[in-house]
Design a protein around this ligand. Structure first.
Ligand code: SF4
Length: 333
């Protein structure tokens, strides 16, 4: 039941705690090669109360100790290796084996997302520096991915994964948290066992979220669950739907996409509003479209009207409350 389903209920029942894997140094654990940490205030202080963190430091868990000599990615022959320049040791295979096993264990924990430390040869998601071999000629290039991150993405391709650096961008941050909670609802649905009806219910609740990102993908996913997927088994349908859902949600919604959905919502409730309320909502959506107001402004008005006018067909729409309001993520997009 959606938390807003009754006027007498508090607007926000306690939100679920999501379980997220994280590079341990981002929580303030002193596990870096130099004995330091990279505590991330947003993740720990703001997001933390809604999260059960699963911290992992691949290098410490591998037994490298703290402090330890620095390691880095090096381009050797046609491939990229993980090396410790001070000793010349090649740690690629040992880190790969460790990562495969660690990620296999993580796969049993029903994670809802993962936050990785940027630039790390173990944890970095993208643009990790790859050096020429020690003593070799050539320039370094920022086109690598950490060894642990590679294993994580290969084993859990539908998991929302981000780097802490990218989470400083309000749009990417809002998008990541939205994906994490969508993933959490997906896992909850799967626990009871997916049926065609349950998939359709999930889809209907997330329609506007999908529409804001890609209206044609929304139609495709709707067709998949309708007649087009009738001959598929429920398992095939679930797999295809999840692949489409992941691909669609992985791109943040644009201002244009949100404006489209806001107009769609306006169409639903317009007849129920008096002239003043309608004009106020139209003007607020326009201010958002022009970049003069954040998304929270029209969204707050719409939520208010949906609740007051008891617009049943919109009450379960995740789009109206994709994550806990305490995170104030819609104030910055
Ligand atoms: S980036 Fe990864 S390997 Fe490096 S200290 Fe942080 S958790 Fe450990």
């Amino acid at each position: 039941m959606h938390p807003e389903n009754s006027k007498s209920e508090p607007r926000h029942a306690a939100p679920p705690k999501v379980r997220i894997g994280i590079s341990a140094c981002l929580l303030g654990q002193e596990v870096r090669y130099n004995g330091g940490h990279k505590r991330d205030d947003f993740l720990v202080d703001t997001f933390g109360p809604f999260v059960e963190w699963v911290p992992v430091c691949p290098e410490v868990e591998l037994g490298m100790g703290t402090p330890r000599p620095a390691i880095r990615l090096e381009r050797i022959g046609g491939g990229v290796r993980l090396r410790m320049p001070s000793t010349g040791a090649d740690l690629t295979d040992v880190m790969r084996n460790f990562s495969r096993g660690r990620v296999e264990a993580l796969a049993t924990l029903s994670l809802d997302g993962y936050v990785l430390k940027k630039d790390s040869p173990s944890c970095g998601l993208e643009r990790v520096k790859v050096y020429p071999p020690a003593g070799g000629a050539g320039a370094s290039a920022k086109d690598g991915r950490g060894i642990f991150a590679q294993a994580l993405l290969a084993r859990l391709p539908h998991l929302p994964v981000e780097e802490e650096g990218r989470l400083n961008d309000p749009r990417l941050r809002e998008s990541f948290v939205t994906r994490v909670f969508a993933h959490h609802r997906w896992q909850e649905g799967g626990r009871a066992g997916w049926t065609r009806a349950a998939l359709m219910r999930y889809h209907e609740r997330h329609e506007l979220l999908l529409m804001a990102r890609n209206p044609s993908a929304l139609r495709r996913l709707g067709r998949l669950l309708g007649d087009a997927g009738r001959s598929d088994s429920v398992q095939e349908l679930t797999d295809s739907y999840l692949a489409g859902l992941t691909a669609t949600l992985s791109r943040p919604a644009s201002r244009r996409g949100h404006t489209n959905v806001l107009h769609h919502l306006l169409g639903f409730i317009s007849d129920r509003l008096d002239r003043g309320d309608r004009a106020e909502l139209v003007a607020t959506i326009e201010r958002y479209r022009l970049g003069l107001a954040p998304l929270v402004a029209p969204m707050t008005l719409i939520r208010h009207h949906v609740r007051r006018q008891e617009v049943e067909c919109l009450r379960d729409q995740v789009y109206l409350e994709p994550h806990p309001h305490e995170l104030v993520l819609l104030n910055h997009v």
